[in-house]
Design a protein around this ligand. Structure first.
Ligand SMILES: CCCCC/C=C/C(=O)SCCNC(=O)CCNC(=O)[C@H](O)C(C)(C)COP(=O)(O)OP(=O)(O)OC[C@H]1O[C@@H](n2cnc3c(N)ncnc32)[C@H](O)[C@@H]1OP(=O)(O)O
Ligand SMILES: Cc1cc2nc3c(=O)[nH]c(=O)nc-3n(C[C@H](O)[C@H](O)[C@H](O)COP(=O)(O)OP(=O)(O)OC[C@H]3O[C@@H](n4cnc5c(N)ncnc54)[C@H](O)[C@@H]3O)c2cc1C
Length: 658
């Protein structure tokens, strides 16, 4: 048997491009790579951040271990004056492969105060939060409502006499349920509640409440708080519940940047009622980046493993082949690698668009609200869905060892599963994107330039201009196919809605009956958006010819598999012919062959530290079997040769007369 590490060495010698150059491109430049390496050096060398036996821990041990790591991380950040949120994100992406009990503090609590708080409120709360003197979460979802925010039952009633709000969870279903880090960690929360003044409801607003004493961490009076129990994944996160019984907070604790309640109870409404939803939009944009990162990790593990795993005697007397050389294995993994790169590029687009439109919104240009909501909703759902499915494809492609916790793919899959649900359940978000697409379809004047393609009505009888398999390497033809499909499905969704209304259904029932068409056109739009962005971004890169060629070929793989996996949508109106579908299948094989020498180089370029992957299958040196065996020997069950259950239970029956 060839030695696993020699297999990977040989793979690395095959690579046709400079891996470090591609790493810089992925990171956003040489400086960013150096900054990342510096941040990694601060943490990766600390024994406390060792994850070797993490998979053996119980849920409670995992949570406690994560709190320990969190405290040390905060100390490191303070010691080295690391305050830039981007640095924190870099550490999360590339170093810490855990969901920390300060996840919501940094991802939602602080941003909500920053974006929804007045200058005075920022001055009061942000220094405490930035210095981790308080730890917060974002408590919106309740036992009875997650999607329908306007249906939330928690109330915040203004008492003008004492200039206070009184918060209550009036029913069991009003109990806040799921918020991350709520159960045991957070001392404060932004609570989303229905504002009541003189018995009139003004809808959802955000309020800061203290959950726990800063002296002994015990729950505050009127606060019942705890962990919601074991979940599929995210075991380090104490997702919790919160019930409030007449919890009084000062008037100043309502975040009042957009809406105000004056001491006498006068209410000033926000310029737009959706401004209070702003933090969710930021998180949806962040989910796009997380989806890219996790699929990149999964592809790294599975491709490295597939280069060291040899199986089945292809030709008598010869070495068993590397499983990466089975085309069926390439057909599992190369599309995931292509998707990982496509998502890395769209994540950069999403975050830059978020910051640009958020700045517009901050300057009062509220028209950008809907555009940002429309774009972020779809991309969150699309990338989360494909990333989670892709991680499972990578796990399954590793055979039996893919089922071992030591693969790193099992916990990754379990931890990424909820990304299709939190921050907006995927279907609900697709419907929101579709709502915006149809608005653009009907009202060209509100259509942002990024969606101007919607105005172009596809010519009846339009046909794909592909004449040969070689044509399929031309981005313009690939983008044309996805653009046509998106235009057609948006138009068809609009027509379907009209047909429902013309049959006499009221708008909400007609919208409901059109829901499947809406989701279909939202997905088609996202596929087009990601494909177009991939080729546009790659074309602009200043890099070696070899890197550009590999990235373009990955883009072709992403696009062609998108067509092959959804062929019905392209054949439905005869835009694509059967012959052209044969070209697609032939070209997919061609691309796999072209990419084969560079597969390890393309995953090495992500430059995930072994500690961050925490995988016996995906370590840089490929020493799979030793890692698996040594890890198994450390399993708690192997502390003794004979387990105590033998003496307690097994021995009597084994001694009994047969
Ligand atoms: C490490 C792990 C971290 C995980 C942390 C997880 C945190 C969480 O999960 S926080 C909780 C997340 N929860 C959600 O995302 C709830 C999802 N539901 C919603 O966002 C809303 O309920 C809705 C969008 C589904 C509906 O909102 P609603 O107020 O009922 O709006 P209408 O349906 O009446 O009208 C839609 C209308 O409003 C516009 N709009 C909706 N949301 C936004 C927004 N965020 N920004 C801007 N505009 C928004 C939408 O465009 C429609 O406009 P029109 O078409 O002009 O009516
Ligand atoms: C791991 C995890 C972490 C979370 N962290 C937080 C947090 O920190 N803070 C917080 O506030 N919340 C948090 N949540 C809650 C999360 O935001 C909600 O679970 C999510 O918004 C979905 O709402 P729901 O659970 O009520 O599902 P539901 O809305 O009940 O969805 C159930 C089904 O109904 C369908 N459905 C619902 N409404 C519609 C509709 N209008 N049209 C069509 N179909 C519909 C959905 O598509 C879905 O298939 C977290 C959840 C998880 C799993």
């Amino acid at each position: 048997m060839a030695s696993p590490s020699s297999d990977l060495d040989r793979e690395r010698r095959k690579c046709t491009f400079n891996v470090a150059e591609l790493t810089d491109i992925i990171n956003g430049g040489r400086e960013k790579t150096e900054r990342r390496q510096y941040l990694e050096s601060l943490v990766l060398n600390e024994p406390i951040f060792n994850y070797d036996d993490y998979y053996f821990l119980s849920r409670e041990e995992k949570y406690s271990d994560a709190v320990k790591k969190t405290v040390r991380l905060v100390q490191v950040l303070k010691q080295h004056n690391i305050e830039d949120p981007e640095d924190y994100q870099t550490l999360l992406k590339y170093v810490l492969n855990l969901n920390l009990p300060i996840a919501l503090h940094n991802s939602m609590f602080r941003p909500t105060i920053r974006d929804q708080g007045t200058d005075e409120q920022r001055k009061k709360w942000l220094p405490l939060a930035n210095d981790y003197k308080i730890i917060g979460t974002y408590a919106q979802t309740e036992l009875g409502h997650g999607t329908f925010i306007r249906g939330l039952e928690t109330t915040s009633t203004y008492d003008p006499k004492r200039e206070e709000f009184v918060l209550n969870t009036p029913t069991l279903t009003a109990t806040k349920w799921w918020p991350g880090c709520l159960g045991k960690t957070s001392t404060h929360a932004v609570v989303m509640a229905q504002l009541y003044i003189k018995n009139q409801c003004y809808g959802i607003h955000s309020f800061i409440i203290q959950l726990r004493s800063l002296k002994d961490h015990s729950p505050m009076p009127g606060v019942t708080v705890g962990d919601i129990g074991n979940k599929v994944g995210l075991e380090t996160n104490d997702n919790g519940f919160l019930a409030m019984d007449n919890v009084r907070i000062p008037r100043e604790n309502m975040l009042m940047r957009h809406a105000q309640v004056y001491p006498d109870g006068t209410y000033r409404k926000p310029a737009n009622s959706k401004l209070v939803y702003g933090t969710m939009v930021l998180l949806r944009a962040t989910v796009v980046s997380e989806s890219a990162t996790n699929l990149s990790k999964a592809a790294t593990i599975a491709i490295r493993y597939s280069c060291v795993r040899r199986q089945t005697e292809a030709k008598p007397g010869e070495l068993e082949p590397q499983i990466i050389d089975y085309v069926t294995q390439q057909h599992k993994l190369v599309p995931q690698l292509a998707t990982a790169y496509a998502f890395a590029w769209i994540a950069r687009y999403m975050m830059s668009t978020y910051h640009a439109l958020h700045a517009d919104i901050e300057s009062g240009h509220l028209g950008a609200l809907q555009e940002l909501h429309g774009i972020s909703s779809g991309l969150k759902a699309f990338t989360a869905e494909m990333s989670v499915s892709g991680i499972e494809v990578c796990r399954r492609a590793c055979g039996g060892h893919g089922f071992s916790a030591a693969s790193g793919l099992v916990s990754m899959y379990k931890d990424r599963l909820p990304s299709c649900t939190y921050e907006g359940e995927n279907t609900v978000l697709y419907l929101q994107t579709a709502r915006f697409l149809l608005k653009c379809f009907r009202q060209p004047s509100i259509t942002p330039s990024s969606m101007s393609y919607i105005q172009v009505k596809p010519l009846p009888g339009a046909r794909w201009g592909v004449k040969s398999p070689e044509d399929l390497m031309k981005p313009i033809l690939l983008v044309e196919a996805f653009e046509h499909r998106a235009q057609r499905t948006i138009k068809s969704a609009a027509q379907f809605l009209e047909s429902q209304i013309s049959q006499g259904l009221d708008t909400s029932e007609a919208m409901n009956r059109s829901g499947i068409e809406f989701v279909r056109c939202a997905k088609a739009h996202c596929y087009y958006f990601v494909t177009r962005n991939f080729f546009q971004s790659t074309a602009l890169l200043k890099c070696s010819k070899e890197i550009k060629e590999s990235l373009l070929t990955l883009g072709v793989v992403f696009a062609l598999n998108g067509i092959a996996d959804n062929s019905g949508e392209f054949l439905e109106d005869c835009f694509i012919t059967g012959t052209q579908m044969e070209f697609v299948r032939e070209r997919i094989l061609y691309c796999y062959k072209q990419l084969r020498p560079n597969l390890v180089g393309l995953v090495d370029a992500f430059a995930f530290a072994d500690q961050s992957l925490n995988s016996a299958l995906g370590a840089y040196d490929g020493d799979v079997y030793n890692r698996l065996y040594n890890w198994a020997k450390r399993a708690p069950l192997n502390k003794t040769d004979v387990h105590s259950s033998y003496h307690k239970y097994l021995k009597p029956i084994l001694k009994s007369k047969i």
